[in-house]
Design a protein around this ligand. Structure first.
Ligand code: SF4
Length: 213
């Protein structure tokens, strides 16, 4: 059952989202790391608008490390959680310069030691920069996994990650991650998902419940 279900999910995602990829705009490894950190609880579109200004005003790690906190806060205010995020920018820049010669380390253990960098952010960075196979679990990935009953309703983000990595082929992890995110952003939205055009209704707990109502 599982194999057939996963095969159909893969086939459908390849049909509607064959080229799903990272939508954050970045020009260096540290710009990506900071952009992913900033993307917590906001949209990539807003992050891209803010980072364009942020990285032109402070174009090096040195400049970010020494940036006045109040100025950073003002720039990233539209993203929410701006006080923490502004501190994180300075701390990440400082850590990269101090410990890693200005380069983003290729290690989840080292990445998660940095301020504001959790497992999800580390997985995104490792997959995007180093093409390491990981499935990063954000709110979209978690919601879709639960609606399609790939995981239990009470599964934690870590449990979702581990289950998806068992169900999907390793060579597809990075694409699968982006396909889940794009599916969640543009089709299977939290509110008013586009069930009318979805080909996964037979597997969907949310849909079955909605039809019964
Ligand atoms: S049927 Fe609706 S809720 Fe279910 S996966 Fe498709 S779009 Fe999402």
């Amino acid at each position: 059952m599982k194999n057939n279900k996963i095969a159909q999910i893969i086939e459908y995602f390849d049909e509607i989202l064959p080229n799903a990829s990272c939508e954050l705009i970045y020009h260096s490894d540290y710009e990506l790391l900071i952009a992913v950190m900033l993307s917590a609880q906001t949209t990539d579109k807003k992050v891209n608008a803010v980072t364009a200004l942020l990285f032109s005003r402070f174009p090096t790690l040195e400049a970010l490390k020494n940036a006045p906190l109040a100025e950073l806060e003002e720039i990233i205010k539209p993203l929410g959680l701006f006080k923490n995020k502004a501190c994180n920018i300075k701390a990440i820049a400082n850590s990269l310069l101090l410990n890693y010669d200005g380069k983003v380390p290729n290690s989840r253990d080292l990445l998660v030691e940095m301020n504001g960098v959790g497992r999800k952010t580390a997985n995104v960075v490792l997959a995007e920069l180093f093409k390491e196979p990981h499935i990063a679990v954000d709110t979209h990935v978690e919601r879709i996994s639960k609606r399609l009953e790939l995981v239990d309703e009470i599964a934690s983000p870590l449990q979702v990650e581990q289950k998806l990595e068992k169900l999907f082929p390793t060579e597809r992890y990075i694409l699968t991650h982006h396909q889940f995110i794009h599916f969640g952003r543009y089709y299977c939205k939290a509110q008013k998902p586009m069930c009318d055009v979805c080909k996964l209704t037979r597997y969907c707990k949310y849909y079955k419940k909605k039809v019964k109502m």
